[in-house]
Write a protein that binds this ligand. Structure first.
Ligand SMILES: [Zn+2]
Length: 260
């Protein structure tokens, strides 16, 4: 068991010195990171990189969930894995790597799928959830559970040369406001079927981890109710504001639940 001192010890001060030195970041921000609990949903191209950056930056407790096994086609972009890892659980290998990178943080992993049974338990106690999963069913479930539990969510996705990112927090519009379930995008839009350049998920994951640091350390929410679109062919980035959908079933249900 790691000691859960709120204050940073001398080794931690050295480890995070370049951050603590930073104008606009300070000891207090670094201590907030140490106290933070986050859940990373999906340990693929996005989850690997987000998890590693946040472990290095000093997020105190990181939980990982992914039911998949490492395959050879993952190695092209999923930077935590090497050839001898093939056949092992992604969540398990990634957890080991994070613990090697930063022995001062706590890492937990789950080699199951996030489902109706475990979602509430996994999400409700977190300070932030980072979604980088590869299917719409899980995305909707994560969004639903986060809005009901009032747990902030930063959702990232990448396919081909395109990436997108946004944040759901407090009473903001949710994933379902942006992508109503009825008009659900084609489930076949996955890396497994459509292909993805090695760099695309890593660009978006870096932005997701960056946003997580802004939020956890400084309380900033630049992408709350804003959709960041990154185009990997032109390298253009756009940020579009979006509104709460008055007909969103998820928001209506959450509103009722939280009014009790
Ligand atoms: Zn909504």
């Amino acid at each position: 068991m790691m000691d859960m001192d709120l204050e940073l010890n001398e080794s931690e001060m050295h480890l995070y010195s370049r951050q603590i030195l930073l104008d606009g970041w300070d000891l207090e921000a670094q201590e907030k990171l140490k106290l933070a609990n986050i859940l990373i949903v999906g340990c693929g191209g996005i989850g690997c990189t987000t998890a590693e950056l946040l472990a290095r930056a000093g997020v105190g407790k990181i939980s990982l969930i992914d039911a998949d096994i490492i395959e050879i086609s993952n190695l092209q972009r999923q930077i935590a894995y090497v050839e001898p890892d093939i056949g092992f659980y992604k969540a398990e290998i990634l957890a080991k790597r994070l613990q090697q990178i930063n022995p001062f943080i706590q890492v937990e992993h789950y080699t199951s799928r996030l489902d109706q049974q475990n979602a509430q338990m996994l999400i409700s106690q977190q300070d932030l959830v980072l979604d980088g999963c590869d299917n719409f069913a899980t995305r909707y479930l994560v969004n639903q559970t986060c809005t009901h539990a009032q747990t902030p969510l930063i959702s990232a996705s990448a396919i081909g040369f395109q990436g997108q990112l946004f944040m759901v927090e407090g009473d903001s519009a949710c994933y379902e406001c942006l992508f109503p379930k009825g008009q659900q995008q084609n489930e076949s839009l996955r890396c497994a079927d459509s292909g993805v350049l090695a760099t695309t998920p890593n660009v978006i994951a870096s932005l997701q981890a960056h946003h997580a640091l802004l939020y956890l350390g400084l309380g900033r929410t630049p992408l709350k109710q804003k959709l960041l679109l990154w185009d990997g062919l032109t390298m253009k980035q756009r940020i579009l504001a979006f509104e709460k959908d008055q007909d969103c079933t998820n928001c209506q249900l959450s509103h009722t639940a939280n009014a009790d």
